[in-house]
Design a binder for this molecule. Structure first.
Ligand code: APR
Length: 243
């Protein structure tokens, strides 16, 4: 095993509190294409950043709904990988030591058995109302369609994910901030570090005195706060350092 891996393994063993932030690269080896990867087939003509917004949904509800349906189908067909499993195993074996924060909406950490996962960007498998629900808005009486709607007022269902320009769920963000301030080691796995406030968590951990370790085959803007970088795929690296 490389010296860097051995060092990180020692840090994990010695850390009292570990915070882990994951991004799309965490699920790459499960077969979920990362958000910024080229889209394929029908969707190649669209930029994801132009589909994942409230304005796009209001302008083209069927198009955006269908894109999410495509992503939901893709995610339903894949399995958690060895990296998800290693994190879940470690958390189970070390209660209270590891806080998992994810930007992923795919639910793969949860499916791997990671009971407490702070999902900063929501859950793709779930829906919610687009506009504040009125008395007539009843999820058990939806008019089917793409998207489904309230038959009385027309309020639309939308994926329960955080779109560009939207606020993150307050409880999850506060829990994530508290965890990175309190940790002595932070692992940042498979994120491009481009999207805030999630990316800012690595800076907060660093400023609070924690060691930051980045697991990502590619360089990222978060490397400036990394004490060590493991330029490896998550599903290979995590099982090696968490055992
Ligand atoms: N293991 C680890 N990292 C990987 C792997 C892998 N097997 N494969 C790719 N990566 C890295 C890439 O090098 C890249 O830095 O994962 C990162 C994926 O970056 P993004 O696609 O930008 O994903 P993410 O950082 O999660 O995006 C943040 O932005 O698109 C929105 O809301 C969406 O949650 C998402 C957020």
């Amino acid at each position: 095993m490389s010296v860097v891996r051995l060092t990180v393994r020692d840090w994990i063993r010695d850390a009292r509190r570990i915070a882990v932030l994951t991004g799309a690269g965490m699920s790459a080896e499960s077969g979920v294409p990362t958000f910024r990867e080229a889209q394929t087939g029908l969707w190649a003509q669209f930029n994801p950043q132009e589909l994942a917004t409230e304005a796009a949904f209001r302008a083209h509800p069927q198009r955006v709904w269908d894109w999410y349906a495509h992503r939901r189908n893709m995610i339903a067909a894949v399995e958690p990988n060895a990296g998800h499993a290693a994190l879940a195993r470690f958390a189970h074996a070390n209660p209270g030591r590891l806080t998992l924060i994810t930007q992923n909406v795919d639910g793969l950490h949860q499916r791997a058995g990671h009971a407490h996962t702070w999902a900063l960007h929501g859950h793709i498998a779930q829906d919610q109302w687009l506009d504040t629900p009125r008395a007539c808005c009843d999820v058990d009486a939806l008019e089917s369609g793409r998207p489904p709607r309230c038959p009385t007022c027309g309020n639309l269902r939308r994926p329960a994910v955080v779109w560009f320009g939207e606020q993150l769920p307050v409880q999850a963000l506060e829990a994530a901030e508290a965890a990175v301030r309190a940790c002595d080691l932070m692992l940042v796995v498979g994120t491009s570090g481009e999207v805030y406030p999630a990316a800012g968590l690595a800076f907060t951990a660093h400023q609070s005195g924690a060691r930051v370790v980045i697991i990502n085959p590619e360089p990222t803007p978060l490397d400036v706060v990394a004490e060590l970088r493991l330029p490896e795929p998550a599903a290979v690296c995590l099982p090696a350092i968490l055992t």
